[in-house]
Write a protein that binds this ligand. Structure first.
Ligand SMILES: [Zn+2]
Length: 213
């Protein structure tokens, strides 16, 4: 009969960086999360703690996890940026689902949802011809966005043309980093498409108020 190995009690006070390089899920600040409690080691180079956003206008409190590969997770997790009201529901739901899947370590599911979000984003922008890579190329002609960003996005293996590669080959090697990049780039595209429109709308509304006596 196997005897279960004893479970080591959690260790406290492990040395870690004072301000951890994670994005605040509340305000999107990337300047660091300051510890509110000692780190508790729960495995080899893996620890948890409670941290606070170092943006003084936010100071949001999060439960913080850092894995041995340096991957960081927070609770609450970071949802999508920007004014959600301006983003079409299909795009918003797909990207939020991608974020949840990424948080849970389901990288293939997350990659599929990033792809879905980008297809919907192109559809909503009136770009519906060709495969996803071609659509993203066309999208770059209508958006004010660095061409290097779109070019890099189109080269992500998880966004490859499914007619040229089998889906299993595309998703077999998808990594946490690749999915995170896909989510971050999709966020940048959303900002370019919808935050800009929202700002223009607010500027025009303010102009109308000033003209109206
Ligand atoms: Zn914050």
């Amino acid at each position: 009969m196997d005897v279960p190995s004893p479970v080591s009690p959690p260790q406290r006070g492990a040395a870690s960086d004072h301000k951890s390089p994670a994005t605040c899920p509340y305000c999107g600040y990337t300047g660091g999360l300051a510890p509110l409690s000692e780190d508790t080691v729960i495995g080899h180079n893996t620890f948890i703690s409670v941290r606070r956003c170092t943006n003084d206008e936010c100071r949001g409190v999060v439960f913080y996890y850092r894995g041995r590969e340096g991957n960081v997770k927070t609770l609450p997790y970071r949802s999508i940026d920007g004014s959600k009201a301006d983003i079409p529901s299909g795009v918003r739901n797909a990207l939020e689902e991608a974020t949840i899947c990424h948080f849970s370590g389901c990288y293939v599911a997350a990659a599929l949802m990033v792809r879905r979000a980008l297809v919907d984003l192109c559809d909503n922008a009136g770009v519906a011809d060709g495969d996803l890579s071609h659509r993203l190329e066309l999208l770059g002609k209508t958006l004010v966005i660095p061409p290097e960003l779109l070019a890099g996005l189109r080269e992500l293996p998880m966004l490859a043309d499914t007619a040229a590669s089998s889906e299993s080959a595309i998703y077999r090697a998808v990594s946490r980093e690749e999915v995170q990049l896909g989510i971050d780039c999709a966020q940048a595209l959303l900002k370019a498409l919808y935050e800009y429109k929202s700002l223009v709308g607010r500027l025009e509304a303010l102009k109308d108020q000033r003209i109206t006596p």
